[in-house]
Design a protein around this ligand. Structure first.
Ligand code: HEM
Ligand code: HEM
Length: 175
């Protein structure tokens, strides 16, 4: 069994982590507070949606990669609270990212974002009439909280338990 995540998994982990931080920031700071009547909003929305869909694709590739090439054994002994929390937490991260992407695509579908980007339609006054918008808002907050827990857990392993967990997600090979 490998002792580290393979390089494609490492690359995809860090690339999608960066994309998700950019998406959380752009969604909550550059989109949500700006009125839909602002002409600059469409460009930001286009970038947000494009990166969002790309992130969804990267996560799917990542899951296929791990299924095919396997991953290191659990970092914590089987049956312990930490092992269970890691397993649930990691599954939740995948589910939430995919659900956030899905609900984002739901909003795009509801407002015909393609026509808006092509200049053939206007943004609605509010997104709130789209049920997907409410869901996207809730899911992004749950995702941000889960990521926070994930980072705290990773730092706890690294600096309190001192088990070198971060080296498992590193480009450099240990063997
Ligand atoms: C948007 C942010 C992030 C997301 C969505 C994310 C997601 C994930 C997921 C789903 C896994 C499990 C891989 C698997 O076994 O299937 C994982 C592993 C890992 N992540 Fe992240 N991650 C993020 C950010 C970070 C950050 C900022 C750190 C460092 C502080 C980090 C450190 C790690 C480490 C060390 C592992 C390996 C854990 C292990 O070996 O059990 N991640 N990440
Ligand atoms: C991992 C992927 C994504 C993340 C992390 C993300 C994150 C966010 C966040 C944090 C918000 C603000 C929510 C709020 O404060 O209530 C937001 C809003 C939004 N997102 Fe996303 N998003 C993602 C993918 C997508 C995709 C794929 C689309 C469309 C195809 C999309 C379309 C939108 C729209 C239309 C809004 C509403 C902006 C507004 O209210 O003015 N998002 N997103």
């Amino acid at each position: 069994m490998p002792t580290q995540y393979n390089r494609i998994a490492v690359l995809l982990h860090w690339l999608s982590a960066i994309l998700i931080f950019v998406l959380l920031f752009s969604g909550s700071q550059l989109l949500e507070p700006v009125p839909n009547s602002d002409p600059g909003k469409i460009g930001v929305l286009q970038g947000h949606a494009t990166l969002g869909v790309l992130t969804g694709i990267l996560v799917l590739v990542r899951l296929i990669n791990l299924k095919m090439r396997g991953k290191p054994a659990d970092a914590s002994p089987a049956g312990t609270f930490r092992a269970r929390a890691a397993s649930i937490g990691h599954k939740l991260l995948y589910i939430l990212v995919l659900a956030v992407v899905g609900s984002g695509m739901g909003i795009a579908q509801n407002i015909d974002l393609q026509a808006v980007i092509a200049g053939e339609a206007m943004l609605p006054e509010f997104f709130e009439h789209s049920g997907a918008r409410g869901l996207h808002g809730i899911l992004t907050k749950l995702l941000a909280l889960t990521i926070l827990g994930h980072i705290v857990a990773a730092l706890h392993h690294q600096f309190v338990l001192k088990d070198g967990l971060l080296t498992r997600m590193r480009w450099k090979r240990m063997d």
